[in-house]
Design a protein. Structure first.
Length: 258
């Protein structure tokens, strides 16, 4: 049986609110919603789920909400400018009140040096956007192994140590399982990794600066809607007048965010 349009929209709204939640988070929220419905002696309703999902999000001051929007706009803009992946969702309403960009990886892309450099630009795009818009960055791009800075550092280390793209001794393979140990043990290698990150940061900051109007357009749309996907996202990308792609379907996904 096909769903009515209003039911489809309700499910899309619930899915957007659930973006960033783990399976355990959603299971707990559904359990709480069922308890509310049972106490009221009625069936579980969509509104019960929406209330629990919306209530699980921290309330951000407008200035911080816009800053997160600028950060995610930087990631999206970097992807579009470098043609990396197919963006399917951008949100500033993640589980912890932060944001992220989801994209389907392009299976036809070859992992060349240029592809790696483009991915470095994507990972550092949020931080670069903050620098362009505010002249400084918050600490949100770092702090954990899944952060933008950690992932960018791991990729830059791999380029220098194991992928054959190093600026010194490129054919000498080093184990990348623990890049922290490699950086600590080889100060010269650490310096090359840092230099690669600094250059990637400077390059994407300059590129985003040249597209400041598009950065602001994306950020304002995120502040207004919170989450962009589907037709809304496609319309925004088209309005930017930048090379972009859209596709549907399931495939391995990349994610970066604040």
């Amino acid at each position: 049986m096909s769903m009515r349009m209003d039911e489809q929209e309700t499910l899309r709204r619930l899915a957007r609110l659930a973006a960033g939640c783990s399976g355990a988070d959603i299971e707990r929220l559904v359990r709480e919603a069922r308890q509310v419905a049972r106490r009221a002696r009625r069936p579980l309703a969509y509104a019960d789920l929406e209330t629990r999902l919306a209530g699980s999000r921290p309330v951000r001051p407008f200035a911080l909400r816009r800053r997160i929007a600028v950060h995610e706009a930087g990631h999206l803009l970097a992807r579009l400018l470098h043609g990396v992946g197919i963006v399917t969702l951008v949100t500033i309403e993640g589980r912890d009140g932060d944001g992220f960009v989801e994209a389907i990886r392009d299976d036809e892309a070859i992992d060349t040096r240029e592809r790696c450099l483009a991915m470095l630009a994507v990972l550092l795009g949020g931080r670069a956007a903050e620098q362009v818009a505010y002249g400084e960055t918050l600490a949100g791009s770092g702090g954990s192994e899944r952060s933008d800075l950690a992932r960018a550092t791991a990729l830059a280390y791999a380029m220098e140590a194991s992928l054959g793209f190093g600026s010194s001794e490129p054919l000498l393979y080093r184990d990348v399982a623990d890049y922290h140990a490699g950086i600590r043990a080889d100060p010269a290698l650490a310096g090359r990794v840092s230099a690669r990150l600094e250059k990637a940061q400077a390059d994407i900051r300059k590129l985003i600066g040249r597209h400041r109007n598009q950065l602001d357009m994306i950020a304002e749309a995120l502040v207004r809607h919170g989450t962009l996907e589907g037709k809304e996202l496609a319309a925004l990308i088209a309005s930017l007048a930048l090379p972009g792609r859209e596709a549907s379907g399931e495939a391995p996904r990349d994610r970066e965010g604040s």
